[in-house]
Write a protein that binds this ligand. Structure first.
Ligand code: HEM
Length: 317
């Protein structure tokens, strides 16, 4: 275990940027058969590589808004001997089981969120990471998300409108004095959802709007009198003081008919995300669950911690 002696300034990884045109989401799990020393030394190189990739992307292609954010799961944190005590709310994500739908928990050691308007750059960043990672870990999730029209989810509704904007993004996404040692870090939560688009398309536009709680074409929120209590936004909105920065991206594979949403959010407190998930899956009141789940199945669910850049630098030796 490393002792807690970190005392530098705390600039965050790129957790407050908006989704851009192309994104790679990668989840890697350490191989059981690999020597611990090899895992630790590769992890150090990866920390340095992530910083290098961000700097290089900015320098070479400033218009591409490229970045790579790395998150570390609870088990990996312990395995790597990273500082203790851990970030206050970093734990293994426990499944949330409602009467009808479950937010499952799946293992994830390291998560990479790679964004670039230029897909070549996003691919090169993913490929560079993979060269380092492959000897010590397996990539168990790769999702290539893309901007769908005017920021629509594959369900056809604009996604991201009620996200915090301006200074609020930093406020809701990045840890400040509430956990001083981990200042500049963020909780990173992801779920890969598959949508039943066949069933979704059987609904009229009016019915779909009742599921989301907003108009489809114009992206206008329904008034409280009209908005159904089991609509997505009625349940996901847990109050003005509890927000997260969402960077969801749609993905789609016509050959396998796997169309979905990669849900990803950054938060200064994981309990805020849990409030949203409880409302969606268990319901508020219990049983009044989110109707979006009748058309969406969570195939993964993992919590990570995205340390500040300074801390990554420290981890990189
Ligand atoms: C099934 C995958 C999901 C899809 C397709 C989806 C899509 C959407 C859409 C279209 C909106 C309305 C526009 C907007 O404000 O962004 C929205 C709002 C929102 N979603 Fe989701 N979402 C999904 C999962 C989740 C999950 C898992 C959470 C939380 C853990 C969540 C939290 C929110 C929040 C907080 C809002 C804003 C509510 C408000 O204040 O009006 N979403 N989502």
């Amino acid at each position: 275990m490393t002792t807690n002696s970190f005392s530098k300034p705390h600039s965050a990884q790129n957790v407050t940027d908006y989704p851009n045109n192309n994104t790679y989401f990668l989840v890697w799990n350490f191989k059981a058969a690999v020597d611990q020393a090899a895992i630790k030394s590769t992890f150090q190189s990866i920390c340095a590589l992530v910083i290098n990739l961000n700097n290089s992307g900015l320098n070479r292609f400033p218009d591409s808004k490229a970045s790579c954010v790395m998150g570390i799961g609870y088990d990996a944190w312990l395995q790597l001997g990273l500082p203790q005590p851990l970030p206050k709310e970093l734990k293994r994500f426990e499944p949330i089981t409602g009467g009808k739908h479950t937010a499952i928990s799946t293992k994830g050691d390291l998560h990479f969120h790679i964004r670039a308007d230029n897909k070549s750059l996003a691919y090169d960043m993913s490929s560079a990471l993979s060269e380092f990672m492959s000897p010590i870990a397996d990539c168990i999730v790769e999702v290539q998300g893309f901007r769908y029209w005017d920021s629509r989810s594959i369900l056809g509704f604009v996604d991201g409108t009620e996200n915090p904007h301006g200074a609020d993004r930093e406020h809701f996404a990045i840890i400040a004095e509430e956990d001083p040692y981990y200042k500049g870090g963020s909780y990173l939560f992801v779920q890969q959802y598959l949508h039943n688009l066949d069933a979704w398309k059987l609904l009229s536009t009016e019915e779909q709007e009742k599921v989301i709680g907003r108009s489809k074409d114009q992206d206008i929120e329904m008034s409280d009198e009209v908005k159904p209590k089991n609509s997505h936004i009625a349940l996901a909105n847990v109050g003005d003081d509890f927000k997260v920065v969402r960077d969801n991206m749609p993905f789609g594979n016509v050959a396998t008919n796997e169309m979905g949403t990669y849900f990803i959010c950054y938060a200064s407190t994981f309990s805020t995300v849990e409030k949203m998930l409880n409302n969606m899956f268990i319901g508020n009141p219990e049983g009044n669950y989110d109707r979006i789940l009748d058309f969406s199945t969570a195939k993964t669910g993992s919590l990570f911690f995205a340390p500040s850049l300074d801390m990554l630098d420290e981890f990189g030796g």
